[in-house]
Design a protein around this ligand. Structure first.
Ligand SMILES: C[S@@+](CC[C@H](N)C(=O)[O-])C[C@H]1O[C@@H](n2cnc3c(N)ncnc32)[C@H](O)[C@@H]1O
Length: 217
């Protein structure tokens, strides 16, 4: 049975237009553009703008989201662009993240998670990256509270470089970029926005603990 969050996203995505536009996130475009294509996981990929763009660049993309309406639009966008996108219907907080499967994991604007959910989700992302695989993450910073142009109102869900540095301490952080600029990513992300982008690379994590559903490394 659909949760109220799923229903809310399905309602939002039932609009004919693409809420977050059809163009990829700009930070993703710049940072993934230089990586050799392989297997990619896009979590909470919604209407597929990021997953479809990666597929167009030659990536084999698994697009994970719990909104059926979003995934229908992602499939339509992929068909329109003539690329294949594998769609996985699932909850990013409960999904069993496979061990060392992906060369790239993309986490863009997923600040719906509370702190416990976020820790589990990010642990899953780290587990699912191959050694040497990259993580591209984008989210709003606390400066966004003053802009009022989208994103969570709860400061604990907003990202700082320090928070990301701690959360991904086991990874090699290659690049941080904090920006305050006018976003125009469809009606869902429009106006002056403060966000941070991170590019990180997976290092050897130590002993294998298998596919996880919430247990620690
Ligand atoms: C702000 S949108 C971002 C979509 C996409 N990443 C982008 O940048 O266009 C958040 C997405 O998260 C999805 N979502 C929210 N909670 C989720 C959950 N617990 N599991 C899976 N998807 C979720 C929504 O359906 C929606 O597609």
């Amino acid at each position: 049975m659909a949760t109220s969050d799923e229903e809310r996203w399905n309602n939002r995505f039932s609009a004919e237009h693409y809420i977050f536009g059809q163009a990829p996130n700009e930070f993703l475009q710049r940072k993934a553009g230089g990586l050799p294509p392989g297997k990619a996981l896009c979590i909470a990929d919604g209407e597929g703008r990021n997953g479809v763009w990666l597929a167009e660049q030659g990536w084999d993309v698994l697009s994970l989201d719990f909104s059926e309406m979003g995934q229908r639009k992602a499939a339509a966008l992929a068909a329109q662009r003539g690329v294949t996108l594998s769609l996985e219907h699932g909850d990013v907080h409960g999904w069993v993240y496979p061990w060392h499967r992906f060369d790239l994991v993309v986490d863009i604007f997923t600040q719906f998670s509370d702190e416990t959910e976020r820790a589990r989700k990010w642990q899953g992302l780290r587990h699912s990256l191959k050694i040497g695989g990259h993580l591209i993450l984008v989210g709003y910073t606390p400066r966004q509270l003053a802009n009022g142009t989208g994103g969570p109102k709860d400061a604990k869900r907003l990202y700082t470089a320090e928070l990301l540095r701690q959360a991904f301490a086991g990874m090699e952080i290659l690049h941080f970029e904090e920006t305050e600029t006018v976003l125009d990513e469809g009606p869902g992300h429009r106006g002056m926005s403060a966000f941070i982008g991170m590019l990180a690379r997976s290092k050897a994590l130590g002993r294998r603990t298998g596919a996880i559903k919430g247990q620690s490394e």
